[in-house]
Design a protein around this ligand. Structure first.
Ligand code: ADP
Ligand code: ASP
Ligand code: MG
Length: 467
């Protein structure tokens, strides 16, 4: 019995033509495999729009969410009108769209009145895009002759109550999948599961974090003991750089789980790393493929990097960052400054992307998202008030418009001279490196550079160190 799980991301169902393409891929694989499960994301941009509408509503804006409702209603209805031939199916889908959007609108109106929302409310707000795309896709498959049914992900994936970033409960989820999905598959039905969405034991809607549809696919693959999991997106696989920045980026044929994790952490969110772990641990073959070029091989993700080729495989960039510096001559030899600095930042709820301390101990620098910079400086000034008063610490400040450029590859471990080549490449282009850090896995080297030099830095590293 062969089982395939296929996941289609937002851009793979971004418009009518894309939906048709997805339908064709699924129908074709349905002929070759005994059992196929499709997982689908919301149409591209929909989760962002749902979020934008509710965030504007809570901050007192009574207009924006109405515009969002109109736009989302129109976008989904238009797809249905273009693609669905039978009038009764069309009507059924359009009333599902209306119901989801009307509910969204009243939730926005409530938070507008209340002036606040909780993560729990937020999950019930954003978990709509996937419901709609799953229904449309199932109807389309059915129309083209594949027996298919949209299955509520809230009936399949049981999580804890960490709203917005819920953690699946493995055994409970397995039980639900056995009870609900396995019988459908046995009847020859092809289930279409809404990605990203899940529910607590009590049935409250949760979500698996942004980009979480990959997680849904991995959970299905794991629970069904699938023979393969294919993640379809809008590029040819995991690439040597974001093709939107580097047009001549190439597909990486094989990459390890750790490397993909590092890639995602440092800005290339082509795959959600935490999420694919169940599949990797089980040794289920995992591929990233292009919806719009399904005949190309794509990228195979493997457990170990031993059988992958290349030293530096990819270069990534994270934008919109700030570098915080805590500096002062009196810091030398004062124990615990670094510890207190990072504890204070953690208490404030900000995660640090990169740390670098100069050997003279006169300063500590670290990089965080710019959105948190003001709050972090304030928290640190409070934490270090007495050191600042005594002038042991002279100043705590933020430099904005920073990016982190990272070179990634397991082969860097034990290959001397990689950093020299990276610095050489940047030097040639006159790019100033503000700070450096090497990942503890020795699988990456990160450089903080000025935002104005970001694209040039990525191009230089790609040209000199990867290609
Ligand atoms: P999906 O909607 O299919 O989940 P995502 O937007 O999450 O797609 O991820 C795919 C996008 O990731 C691509 O369109 C690409 O621009 C971007 N990306 C960034 N870095 C890389 C990389 N190194 N390899 C492939 N894609 C990358
Ligand atoms: N739609 C969700 C998001 O945009 C989940 C996903 O696409 O994987 O984050
Ligand atoms: Mg994604």
């Amino acid at each position: 019995m062969s089982t395939l799980v296929m996941k289609f991301g937002g851009t793979s169902v971004g418009n009518a033509a894309a939906f048709l393409q997805v339908e064709e891929i699924i129908s074709q694989q349905a002929r070759d495999w005994d059992q196929v499960v499709a997982v689908v994301s919301a149409m591209s941009g929909v989760t962002d729009e749902l979020t934008r509408g509710v965030v504007s509503a809570v901050s007192g804006d009574a207009e924006t969410y109405h515009a969002v409702c109109n736009m989302l209603r129109e976008r989904h209805t238009d797809i249905v009108n273009r693609l669905v031939r039978k009038a009764d199916t069309r009507e059924r889908l359009i009333s599902a769209i209306d119901a989801q959007i009307d509910e969204y609108s009243s939730l926005c109106s409530s938070v507008h009145v209340l002036g606040e929302f909780t993560p729990r409310v937020m999950d019930s707000v954003v978990a709509r895009g996937e419901r709609l795309s799953a229904r449309i896709l199932a109807a389309l498959l059915h129309q083209e002759g594949t027996r298919s049914e949209a299955v509520e992900a809230t009936d399949l994936i049981v999580t804890d109550a960490t709203f917005q970033n819920a953690v699946p409960i493995a055994q409970a989820t397995r039980n639900r999948i056995s009870a609900r999905l396995v019988p459908l598959l046995a009847e020859g039905v092809l289930p279409v599961v809404a990605g990203f969405i899940a529910a607590t034991q009590d049935g409250l809607t949760t979500t698996l974090g942004r980009g979480g549809s990959d997680y849904t696919a991995a959970i299905m693959g794991d629970a069904l003991d699938a023979d393969s999991v294919w993640i379809f997106t809008d590029v040819d696989g995991v690439m040597t750089a974001d093709p939107r920045i580097v047009p001549d980026a190439r597909v990486i044929p094989v990459i390890s789980y750790t490397e993909v994790g590092e890639l995602a952490y440092f800005g290339a969110k082509v795959l959600h790393p935490r999420t694919i772990r169940p599949v990797i641990e089980r040794g289920i073959p995992l591929w990233v493929k292009n919806t719009f070029a399904p005949q190309t091989t794509g990228t195979r993700i493997v457990r170990n990097s031993t059988n992958t080729h290349g030293t530096v495989k990819a270069v990534t960039v994270i934008n919109d960052l700030s570098m915080i510096t805590v500096a002062g001559r009196g810091m030398i030899g004062v124990p615990g400054i670094a510890g207190r600095t990072f504890s204070a930042v953690a208490r404030q709820g900000t995660s640090v992307l990169m740390i670098s301390q100069s050997s003279s101990e006169q300063s500590i620098c670290f990089v965080i998202p710019t959105t948190s910079a003001g709050a972090v400086v304030y928290t640190l000034e409070e934490e270090m008030a007495s050191e600042l008063a005594r002038r042991d610490i002279d100043r705590i400040w933020a430099i904005d418009d920073i990016v982190i450029v990272t070179a990634i590859g397991a082969g860097m471990r034990g290959t001397p001279g990689i950093s020299a080549r990276i610095f050489g490449a940047l030097g040639q282009a006159g790019i100033n490196v503000i700070a450096i850090a090497q990942g503890s896995s020795e699988c990456s080297i990160s450089l903080a550079v000025d935002a104005a030099a970001a694209a040039a830095a990525v191009h230089q590293i790609h040209k000199e160190v990867i290609l």
